[in-house]
Design a protein around this ligand. Structure first.
Ligand code: BGC
Length: 448
């Protein structure tokens, strides 16, 4: 049996580009994911899929919220499409776009579901991108203005905001390794510059939101590699902590502390690579006074490696469990990840994403049976409850994702939903896991 705090917020999460569709509806501008998917001979995405239609949540939001309500969901973390609200990112506001989200917020509240708004989940307006995007300091003011416009419209209705989803995927995977939009392969110094612009943008947005909504809780959502101890000894725990935040590795940019350390500590420790140090030396002193510590951190945690007491990664045993997209299944990371993040930053956390892709199919009986997802979520939640028992203030858990959706460069091949989507008919079929999760919520985790 697992114990969760009385007010623990149980919910689900999704992002605009992954589920909305309506890519050119009602005045929406283009964003870099529209461009990336449609680039002639780009073939960046499996089967040349795109988010043009996705789950068509843009037109089916009432049905989706009704389904959430039927499954006892208490919070919905969703992102806004910046280009739907401000088509070119820093110009005139598209009232229809803003009104759409305003209706979503009303509908959620009416249904007893708390809206948790993410301002940015990777879909940068193309016009801003061509002006320099995250490499350009002007983005800070553009993002702050966007936050101001959203906060003004949502005041009195929304208090939980997440500014930027996964700076690590934006900077490292999008601009450094070229895997995600815009598909650039820039040197480390530029990647460090993007992290810095994101830290400044988060801070400016946080200030704007709080000026308009004084009781708002504002967070940022990092991701990357968090390590867990192979054995539960003090030495091994210490090694996992150190490894989690050590930037002296090739993929330095894929660590939870990148960007976040700028907000909390105004820079990086000595483990940072030379290129990062060179960039940091160019940062004007006045920038540090601009940094805002988030009220909470949203942690997107899916898996992580085990380390031994010496800090070396432990090789997984042959045949160790994997998800459909071949990610290792490592429930312990949902215990030690939050413990280590809280130890480092000392602010409450939400698990803002956690879930599994499975090869889900509709069975002969018309239902979608997904025992592997249930087992995955069960194991991870048990580990999370141990972090809570050790005193980590975990405020909520947002399962990724409510619906199957557009899984970025994997297109529609990976299904993370607790609700199945038939992409031909757009019909939704709640999976067994949706009913199971309802019980978890109803019992506040006591059934685990
Ligand atoms: C992202 C989601 C994504 C999920 C599963 C996270 O990195 O925020 O957009 O779908 O992982 O890959």
């Amino acid at each position: 049996m697992a114990n969760f705090p009385k007010d623990f917020l149980w919910g689900v999460a999704c992002a605009a580009y992954q589920c909305e569709g309506g890519w050119d509806a009602d005045g929406k501008g283009r964003n870099i994911w529209d461009d990336f998917c449609h680039e002639v001979n780009g073939h960046h995405v499996k089967n040349d899929d795109s988010g043009d239609i996705a789950c068509d949540t843009y037109h089916r939001i009432d049905e989706d919220i009704a389904l959430m309500k039927a499954h006892g969901i208490r919070a919905y973390r969703f992102s806004l499409s910046w280009a739907r609200i401000i088509p070119d990112g820093d110009g005139p506001v598209n009232e229809d776009g803003l009104e759409y989200y305003s209706r979503v917020v009303d509908k959620l509240i009416e249904s007893g579901i708390e809206p948790m708004v993410t301002l940015f989940h990777w879909d940068l307006p193309s016009a801003l991108h061509y002006k320099g995007g995250w490499l350009d300091r002007d983005i800070v003011e553009a993002f702050a203005r966007y936050a101001r416009i959203v906060a003004a419209r949502f005041a009195g209705r929304v208090t939980k905001f997440m500014t930027i989803n996964e700076p690590q995927c934006i900077a490292m995977l999008g601009y450094g390794e070229g895997l995600l939009a815009p598909g650039y392969k820039l040197p480390d110094e530029d990647v460090a510059r993007i992290y810095h612009m994101i830290a400044l943008s988060h801070s400016a947005a946080q200030r704007e939101i709080k000026a308009i909504i004084p009781d708002a809780q504002v967070g940022i959502v990092p991701c990357g590699e968090l390590y867990y101890p192979e054995a539960d000894t003090p030495e091994n725990r210490e090694a996992a902590y150190r490894a989690s935040f050590d930037l002296s590795v090739a993929r330095w940019g894929f660590h939870f502390n990148v960007c976040v350390d700028e907000l909390f500590f105004h820079g990086y420790d000595d483990t940072a690579p030379e290129a990062v140090k060179r960039f940091m030396a160019t940062v004007p002193e006045t920038d540090w006074a601009q940094m805002e510590k988030p009220d909470f951190l949203g942690l997107n945690i899916y898996n992580g490696p085990a380390v031994d007491a010496g800090g070396s990664i432990v090789k997984r045993r042959r045949g160790a469990p994997l998800t459909a997209c071949k990610w290792p299944i490592t429930p312990e990371v949902l215990r030690h990840g939050p413990i280590n993040m809280y130890r480092r930053y000392n602010v409450p956390v939400y698990i803002s994403e956690n879930g599994i892709s499975c090869n889900d199919v509709v069975f002969l009986d018309g239902q979608v049976h997904d025992p592997k997802r249930i087992d995955f979520l069960h194991r991870y939640l048990l580990e999370l409850s141990k972090a809570i028992a050790e005193g980590v203030p975990v405020l909520g858990y947002l399962q990724w994702s409510f619906l199957d959706n557009f899984e970025w460069t994997s297109g529609y091949d990976e299904r993370f939903g607790i609700v199945y989507v038939d992409y031909d008919t757009l019909r939704r079929i709640p999976k067994d896991s949706a009913r199971w999760y309802k019980e978890v919520i109803e019992t506040n985790g006591a059934n685990l």
